[in-house]
Write a protein that binds this ligand. Sequence first.
Ligand SMILES: CC(C)(COP(=O)(O)OP(=O)(O)OC[C@H]1O[C@@H](n2cnc3c(N)ncnc32)[C@H](O)[C@@H]1OP(=O)(O)O)[C@@H](O)C(=O)NCCC(=O)NCCS
Length: 160
Amino acid sequence: MLRHWKLEDAGSLYKYASDGRVSELALWPRHDSVEMSRMVIEKYFLTNPYNFAIVLRETGEPVGCIGLVPRGEEHFNAADNEREVGYWIGYPYWGRGLTTEALKALIPYCRDSLGLDSLLITTDNLNIASQRVAEKCGFQFIASYEHNGISSKAYRLTLK
Ligand SMILES: CC(C)(COP(=O)(O)OP(=O)(O)OC[C@H]1O[C@@H](n2cnc3c(N)ncnc32)[C@H](O)[C@@H]1OP(=O)(O)O)[C@@H](O)C(=O)NCCC(=O)NCCS
């Protein structure tokens, strides 16, 4: 299930975002306290209307995040009417198809409700799992490039 983040999610966010295996590949600083997680929800998640918690239906717990990267903060030059998608999921939930399921739900929303022409995904060259998520959702490889010294790949999905 995708829904907006709430301040009360800070404990769950800290549980998964304090894991360096997630933060290093997601390219944001590892969370070092529940207060930091609360600040991230307040300052970054709640100010972005297109950022969603990935919530397990069975438990109601937010275990990951998916959303549109704010304009101007993309890792690769976005085309007109195109937005970059970013995502991560807590380590215990890797490899269960959950991020693919979340991205497959986000795509029609971006096409039908937001009227976007295309979506971008960028990944570290070594991040095979993220590249597989992109490919499984129909994205096509478009370029190799360097971002802050990291060899990276860009993928695009045309929506129209
Ligand atoms: C990338 C990430 C979001 C993937 O989430 P996920 O829910 O595990 O993804 P899925 O289960 O939907 O799909 C992962 C796919 O990658 C494959 N995979 C994972 N690691 C792999 C590896 N080392 N080599 C080959 N395939 C690999 C899985 O087998 C699966 O593909 P399959 O269904 O064809 O078998 C998750 O690993 C994560 O949060 N990583 C840290 C943060 C991050 O990298 N974010 C993206 C930044 S671009």
